[in-house]
Design a protein around this ligand. Structure first.
Ligand code: GLA
Length: 731
């Protein structure tokens, strides 16, 4: 990290007279988050930014706020509604006696070194008058420069306390300008990057959809200070809420020009009453900071996710062939065993049987029947799943299967047996979405059913080693027959907690199974769910051109190894677009490569190309999946070019991807400067994944890392949908 001369945060606005206060430092290798806690006074955030060697000067810093007024110009780390706090608070309660204000003061804190890399800090706050307690939990990850924050609320009041709003974190920054990057989208167009300058007032990014909450926007964000985000310079803060349900991220620029970033569960229709002694635990906010631009943010989060979040984050992922776009619902045993044969011939390592394999009385021959009845369809697959799994294994592959256990079609035995399990709003009509209803996971019986669904499916064969878990609708007309009338607003929270408890049980019993997180594509891409999964289906849009933008944004936060990217057929089923097979492979190889087509359709040269591409990917994947991603050129900048490079941790190897997405003048070449290499090393450059050899003059030449990063390469691509992959190996 470079030394940044400008002190961004609160040196000028620390807290008043903190001489007796405890200074609490949450620190990673390069980042400091510093608070001061004076017993009986508000807990203030003094600083969040590049690591400070000496923090004693904060004791003399001036504070414009009077203690005890809960002033909006204050610096509270976790402001509650009350006093003169007129901004959107982190916490809003109604106490047992009906009082709506809260004043949190610092009581104590403790710090625990968990291991060489992790330190946990718990700061205890309490209302000045009431026995209402807030514990702030921070975990600092030294090597990854990640700090997570979550909050636990409890009380000892005489009667219930209603929690109306409880953020996971609240960060205040001070700069001349703030630029927010967030990621809006929709089905088949997830994670479209939008950057905007924040103006006075509140910018909200949220979801109230309950399920599939990451499809229309994502809780992950970047805030750049004093100018738009740059890749390799500038101060950038990033956050991502580890929560699969409703969220609300607020970016409030106040009248003094400070930015307050508050994020957590969406308080919309979610008030929760707690009896004395009951605890409410928020999800974690995952935070990181860089003064070397967005690139460092990505490295921090990828390293953190691979080490602490993803299942099996240190193991390379297999190449997959998924049956969906190749067969949809229309298959029998022969179709599947043929696909397995073909997949094996391509060197694919995992065959995944997608939707359509279950339901007898209500066969799943379309999306209008069968969900809920997780028994193999005997007509389509007379020898059962075990036979197919064994067949895949006999061909040297592993076998995976699709489920959507949170859902039920009205046309199913389950819907008849348990209508009360469906999420419903009193007597209102149910609104099917994709012909299906949502099961009420706030109900423990439903949790058991969902767990048993997974368990029973896995019991069909010891050779099932991968599960694709889908969720294809939102929660609308929300309500629960399980929750009491005065507890209905618990639904959103209890649903996700119910889901997590099922995930926990599954992971306890099946630690080795690979699980894909899917929700109509990338509708559930968040660190809360990813914790239990190996990867996510990035989008139902498999069109390589669109995938460039989708994967680019997802990979700012979430690792390439977890980004399922499948080569599909041409014309593309979602967009009708025709793209060369090489272009499609090159894009998919930037993530976890797979194929999603009828492999029989690949014939002649295309068949040979696909075979070679799969083989090549296996050679390159340790760098792509376990290395560092450096972005060279964005697909969003409108110049019709984009490029990324993946570099191995020891800098001995790199893989460059470069794309031309439109027609450029024939005299144009694509000039790129690489990043992340060792300037002192020499690298042999080979163009790979070619259709019949390379005519690039640099092919087979040796370049220094310095040359590649300073002078760069001039690539002969400029035709629409042309691309190059370069493999650099240290000499
Ligand atoms: C969702 C998924 C697809 C596929 C279908 C099956 O749309 O995102 O990949 O599994 O469901 O119905």
């Amino acid at each position: 990290m470079k030394i940044n001369k400008k002190l961004t945060i609160f040196a000028m606005i620390g807290s008043a007279l903190v001489a007796n206060a405890a200074q609490i430092k949450v620190e990673t290798g390069d980042v400091s988050l510093i608070m001061d806690g004076e017993p009986g006074s508000a807990l203030n955030l003094l600083y969040f930014g590049e690591k400070l060697a000496n923090t004693s000067e904060f004791a003399y810093a001036w504070h414009i706020t009077q203690p005890d007024t809960q002033d909006e110009y204050g610096r509270e780390l976790y402001p509650a509604y009350g006093g003169r706090f007129f901004l959107n608070p982190a916490l809003k309660l109604t106490h047992a006696d009906g009082v709506m204000t809260t004043q949190l003061v610092y009581r104590s804190h403790e710090q625990k070194v968990i291991d060489d890399n992790l330190t946990e800090t718990v700061v205890h706050l309490q209302d000045k008058l009431y026995d209402a307690r807030v514990d702030l939990h921070f975990v600092a990850y030294k090597d990854e420069d990640v700090i997570t924050q979550s909050v636990v609320f409890s009380h000892g009041e005489k009667g219930d306390v209603t929690v109306e709003n409880i953020a996971s974190s609240y960060i205040t920054l001070k700069a001349a300008d703030y630029y927010l990057t967030h990621f809006h989208g929709t089905w088949a167009r997830e994670m479209q990057l939008t950057e905007e300058r924040l103006t006075p007032g509140v910018k909200v990014v949220e979801s109230k959809k309950g399920v599939r909450t990451a499809q229309s926007d994502n809780s992950a964000f970047l805030v750049s200070l004093d100018g738009p985000t740059r890749e390799y310079s500038g101060e950038v803060y990033a956050g991502a809420l580890a929560w699969t349900g409703n969220y609300k991220m607020q970016f409030e620029v106040d009248e003094a020009g400070l930015l307050h970033i508050s994020g957590g569960i969406n308080p919309f229709a979610s008030a929760i009453s707690l009896a004395a002694g009951e605890e409410f635990v928020t999800p974690e906010m995952v935070l990181t900071y860089s003064n070397e631009g967005r690139s460092e943010i990505t490295h921090n989060l990828h390293d953190w996710a691979r080490r602490y979040n993803l299942a099996h984050g240190d193991e390379v992922r297999p190449v997959v062939l998924n049956s969906w776009e190749g067969a949809y619902f229309d298959f029998d045993e022969k179709v599947i065993t043929d696909m397995i044969d073909d997949a094996a011939a391509f060197g694919v390592e995992m065959f995944v049987l997608d939707d359509g394999w279950f339901g007898n009385e209500f066969p799943r021959n379309g999306d209008n029947a069968g969900l809920g009845d997780w028994q193999v369809n005997k007509k389509k697959l007379p020898h059962g799943i075990g036979y197919l799994a064994d067949y895949a294994v006999s061909k040297g592959m592993k076998f995976g299967i699709w489920i959507e256990p949170e859902m039920v079609n009205p046309d199913s035995k389950l819907a008849r047996r348990h209508p009360e399990w469906i999420v419903q709003s009193g007597k209102r009509d149910l609104l099917p979405m994709r012909n299906q209803h949502l099961l009420d996971l706030s109900n423990p019986e439903v949790q058991d059913f969902v767990f048993e669904t997974f368990d029973n499916v896995l019991k069909m064969s010891p050779n099932i080693s991968y599960v694709k878990w889908d969720a294809n609708r939102h929660a609308d007309n929300v309500g629960s027959t399980y929750l009491a009338a005065d507890e209905q607003s618990r639904f959103w929270y209890d649903y996700i907690r119910g889901l997590y408890s099922v995930y926990e049980r599954i992971r306890a019993k099946y630690p080795d199974v690979l699980i894909q997180l899917c929700s109509s594509g990338g509708g559930r891409v968040d660190f809360g769910a990813l914790k239990y999964h190996d990867e996510f289906w990035a989008s139902d849009n498999t069109n390589a051109l669109d995938r460039l933008c989708i994967q680019y944004s997802e990979n700012i936060f979430f690792p390439a190894m977890a980004t399922a990217a499948h080569v599909s057929t041409s014309p593309n089923h979602q967009t009708g677009m025709m793209l060369p097979l090489k272009f499609r492979f090159d894009v998919a190889m930037m993530g976890r490569l797979g194929m999603e087509l009828q492999p029989k359709q690949l014939v002649g040269d295309e068949r040979e190309f696909a075979f070679n591409a799969v083989k090549l990917y296996k050679e390159l994947r340790p760098v792509i999946q376990l290395g560092d991603l450096y972005r060279i050129d964005s697909p969003y900048d409108g110049d019709g070019y984009c490029s990324d490079v993946y570099v191995s941790k020891d800098r001995s190897e790199a893989v460059v991807f470069a794309f031309s997405t439109t027609y450029h003048n024939r005299t144009q070449s694509y000039d790129i400067k690489l990043h992340g290499l060792d300037p002192a090393k020499n690298y042999l450059l080979r163009e790979v994944n070619t259709t019949g050899g390379s005519w690039y003059p640099g092919n087979g030449k040796v370049y220094s890392g310095e040359f590649l990063m300073k002078a760069g390469l001039s690539l002969p691509i400029g035709g629409a949908f042309t691309s190059m992959v370069l493999h650099l190996t240290e000499q």
